[in-house]
Design a protein around this ligand. Structure first.
Ligand code: DGT
Ligand code: CA
Ligand code: CA
Length: 576
């Protein structure tokens, strides 16, 4: 059995959830959460490290105890510490944490007083009006729970793209090695780079599909075979990810790929267009009567219906077909277009690597510049910088810049935007930075007008350049804060500010629609990794995917510019 990093991360997350519900020491909880994040971001397989006898404690945030647990999970597939927690509390209880408004304290109260262990029991208790009688709850909270539950059931179980990648990529490599397989590609929402995927759609070409099917269902991580035919099969992996495999003849590849990439509503439009041309499109090809006129490549399918090829990330039936018809498809940004990263942390605050390590890793990632943007003092959990520590870091950056070749370090800060729109550090010290990134890290629940105004006032500050993770949402965990994005985008344009597209797979914030809005309003977007360690730069690819879904071109993105063109764009009105 192969244990993936994501499996280990899931165990640590669950331990953290359960400990938190138990009311354990917050530092212990945080250690597990950090370890989970560490596992998710780890570029190499922890299982392989264990097999090679590597020292796991060299990984940031992993001490002896966590290292032993990682070894245990890799070697036995189990974790005794988690099993023990399960004896104390039902495993289903962590599901409750996903209901907006329910934190660990409330979940514990529901369990202790009402014996609520599952989402269903929660719904029953809420309907019976039992919840508002508990201490710390009230009629309003109860109502909010009822509403949140209604939203929760309609929300199908989806997996974040970067997590799905950990399972989908090795499976795809496995299929590619099966006898007779020519091509394998991950289609569906995965290829369209959606933030989350419902299931994985694998497409393979081979002459003899039956052999491929046999190999597929024998993959060691298959838990259940849900359906198996001659050319298609559906399995459930142990990770909970469902996979559809479709095998077609090599000359159908283009048509099948076009079909299984979707989206469904894009495909429906393409078929309608084909009808206008007297054609029929299916996963086997494009047909005029009985005659097959296209289908070996995707380009040929689009060409047959009078269109240029459309990038998968655009295929959501959000205007891409009209744009293609009018010859107005954007030339989308590509991974190699990024020249720098404008949001990175080091060990000075909550990052794991040193300044030098982060700079060298940026260079190794092919970047020409990197802005070090630590948290500011208000964010005490991250050990945020005060003016003195920030200035000390700037001096260190000057020294490193004099020494390092092939990378320029920019002096930056991720300054907290306070509730009244003021920034967490004085103007004079911000003016000494090359770049000021500002972010909301507190008071997420302000009413719309106040929250919007808070951000507008921050942009009014002379040194403010980039609004980091503009909506604050965490996929599946935290709703965006309530803001008027159009106002913010327009104010950014007026003030010469930019919006960040945070590339962390849990954030992907800006959303695609906001990227489009920024583009239409002429505000450049910065695609930034928010790296907290040297492997964090790898997340830039998810930022690129999201930017492409938001129709952004190289021109629309701030950090595709070489440094000498970037500098004049950064607001430096009061700096020397
Ligand atoms: P997901 O899995 O929910 O993240 O989203 P998709 O887009 O991967 O959807 P999925 O897995 O149900 O289907 C994969 C592709 O297959 C979909 O994007 C388009 C194609 N497809 C599936 N069902 C239909 C259908 O009824 N009509 C058409 N035209 N295409 C379909
Ligand atoms: Ca799918
Ligand atoms: Ca599917």
């Amino acid at each position: 059995m192969t244990v993936h990093n994501a499996d280990i991360a899931a165990v640590f997350e669950e331990i953290a959830d359960l400990l938190e519900i138990e009311g354990a020491n917050p530092f212990r909880v945080r250690a597990y959460r950090n370890a989970a994040r560490e596992m998710e971001a780890l570029g190499v397989s922890a299982a392989e490290m264990v097999a090679k006898g590597d020292d796991l404690t060299e990984l940031p945030g992993i001490g002896q105890d966590l290292a032993a647990k990682i070894r245990e999970i890799v070697e036995t597939g189990k974790c005794k510490a988690l099993d023990k927690l399960h004896l104390e509390m039902p495993p289903t209880i962590t599901e409750l944490l996903k209901i907006p408004g329910l934190g660990p304290k409330r979940v514990r109260a529901l369990y202790e007083h009402l014996k609520v262990k599952t989402v269903e029991q929660l719904a029953k208790a809420a309907k019976a009006g039992k919840i508002h009688e508990l201490e710390g709850f009230g009629p309003k909270t109860e109502q909010a729970i009822v509403e949140a539950l209604a939203a929760h059931v309609t929300e199908a179980k989806r997996m974040k793209l970067a997590i799905a990648a950990q399972y989908a990529e090795p499976l795809s490599e496995y299929i590619a090695k099966l006898p007779g397989v020519k091509e394998v590609i991950l289609a569906g929402s995965y290829r369209r780079a959606r933030e989350t995927v419902g299931d994985i759609d694998l497409l393979a070409t081979a002459k003899d599909s039956a052999k491929v099917m046999d190999g597929f269902v024998r993959y060691e991580e298959v838990k259940d075979v849900l359906a198996q035919g001659e050319t298609r099969a559906t399995v459930m992996l142990k990770s909970g990810l469902q996979v559809d495999l479709r095998v077609v003849e090599p000359d159908c590849y283009g048509a099948a790929l076009q079909y299984f990439t979707g989206s469904k509503s894009h495909n429906i439009e393409i078929r309608r267009l084909a009808q206008e041309h007297g054609l029929k499109v299916s996963e086997y090809g494009v047909f005029k009567g009985d005659k097959r006129v296209a289908g070996d490549t995707e380009e040929s399918v689009y060409k047959a219906v009078g269109l240029p090829w459309i990038a998968p990330e655009l295929r959501e039936n959000h205007g891409e077909i009209e744009a293609a018809r009018a010859g107005k498809l954007p030339k989308l940004i590509e991974p190699g277009d990024l020249k720098g990263d404008l949001h990175v942390h080091t060990r000075a605050t909550d990052g794991h690597n040193t300044l030098r390590e982060m700079a060298e890793a940026a260079r190794a990632a092919g970047l020409d510049y990197v802005a070090i943007t630590e948290h500011s003092r208000r964010l005490t959990v991250a050990h945020g910088l005060d003016p003195q520590r920030l200035r000390r870091q700037m001096a260190e950056i000057d020294k490193l810049n004099a020494e390092l070749k092939g990378i320029t370090i920019l002096k930056g800060i991720e300054v907290d935007i306070l509730e009244n729109g003021q920034l967490d550090l004085p103007d004079e010290v911000l003016a000494e930075c090359d770049i000021v990134v500002g972010a909301v890290h507190s008071k997420f629940n302000l009413p719309r007008a106040k929250q919007t105004n808070r951000i507008l006032r921050a942009m009014d500050q002379p040194s403010f350049s980039i609004l980091a993770h503009p909506t604050g949402r965490l996929i599946d965990t935290r709703e965006p804060y309530d803001i008027d994005m159009l106002k913010i985008v327009r104010h950014a344009r007026e003030r010469g500010c930019f919006l960040e597209l945070n590339a962390h797979p849990e954030r992907l914030d800006l959303l695609d629609i906001h990227c489009q809005l920024a583009r239409e309003e002429g505000v450049l977007v910065a695609i930034s990794s928010d790296a907290h360690d040297v492997r964090g730069y790898a997340n830039l690819k998810y930022g690129i995917g999201q930017a492409r879904r938001g129709w952004l071109t190289k021109e629309d993105v701030l950090n595709t510019r070489p440094l000498k063109l970037l500098r004049p764009l950064l607001k430096r009105t009061i700096s020397s």
